[in-house]
Design a protein around this ligand. Structure first.
Ligand code: F6R
Length: 242
């Protein structure tokens, strides 16, 4: 693992977006695995600027999001579909038909999981998978458990996760109880993984994930088994690392 600590958010976002820009410059057809939540927002802003300035094009790229809430219409402001449009996809030159996200409104959720996993298998390896980190060590929406499901599946969200995401909804009760997520097996298939973490409140879980035992009780610890992971941390998130 290549762990890099940054003094400022600005420097972290510059480095994170720089990695994605370089990838697209050398491989314009790159398959990008994308994340939602607060963490990638600054990186997405920089990607939008780079695209507007003509430094990079998403014209031949494709995107595959990690997860989506079950039961939220894509037009709901807190859906991950809407989030991705607002933060990145509507502002860059990516072809809408090459932007993929699970459909949390599918009548048959199991069939939707299978469709998404099959799509990922057919397109081949994701070139770069961007990840944030949950306070409990989740990646995607793979919550800590005695065992983890390899492929895309429906997951019951932990109360801690729902509480952390309540900030995107009018009331905490509106946060869905379930989501569709790529599995940890799906995530680990990516050629390169870019894990980004901010804040003091994640310092302890960063230490567990990067330097603790590899255990499904901390799904992010499985990233230690991947040969090509870059971890970008702000000074606070990295403050407990030895
Ligand atoms: C988002 C996702 C989650 C978040 C994690 C951190 O698509 O899969 O794993 O990355 O919950 O969220 P933030 O960045 O809001 O702290």
């Amino acid at each position: 693992m290549n762990i890099i600590k940054f003094e400022t958010q600005e420097a972290l976002n510059e480095a994170g977006s720089g990695i994605i820009v370089s990838l697209l410059q050398t491989n314009p057809r790159a398959k990008l695995g994308l994340a939602t939540g607060g963490t990638p927002v600054g990186i997405y802003k920089k990607l939008v600027s780079a695209c507007k300035q003509g430094t990079v094009s998403f014209g031949k790229a494709s995107s595959f999001n990690l997860d989506e809430y079950v039961g939220l219409d894509r037009n709901h402001a807190a859906s991950y579909y809407a989030f991705m449009q607002e933060q990145l996809l509507a502002h860059v030159d990516i072809a809408p038909e090459r932007c993929h996200i699970p459909n949390g409104m599918a009548a048959d959720l199991e069939a939707e999981c299978l469709r998404y996993e099959t799509l990922l298998e057919q397109v081949g390896q994701i070139d770069l998978q961007l990840l944030g980190l949950g306070h409990n060590g989740h990646i995607g929406f793979n919550e800590p458990d005695g065992a983890l499901i390899r492929g895309t599946h429906v997951v019951e969200l932990r109360e801690q996760t729902r509480a952390a995401n309540a900030r995107f909804f009018d009331t905490p009760e509106q946060v869905p109880t379930k989501a569709i997520t790529m599995g940890v097996g799906t995530i680990l298939k990516a050629k390169m993984i870019l894990l980004v973490v901010h804040g003091k409140d994640k310092a302890e879980i960063v230490k567990q994930a990067l330097q603790g035992p590899i255990t499904t009780e901390c799904p992010a610890s499985l990233l230690q088994t991947h040969p090509n992971v870059a971890v970008l941390l702000d000074a606070e998130a990295g403050s407990l690392l030895s």
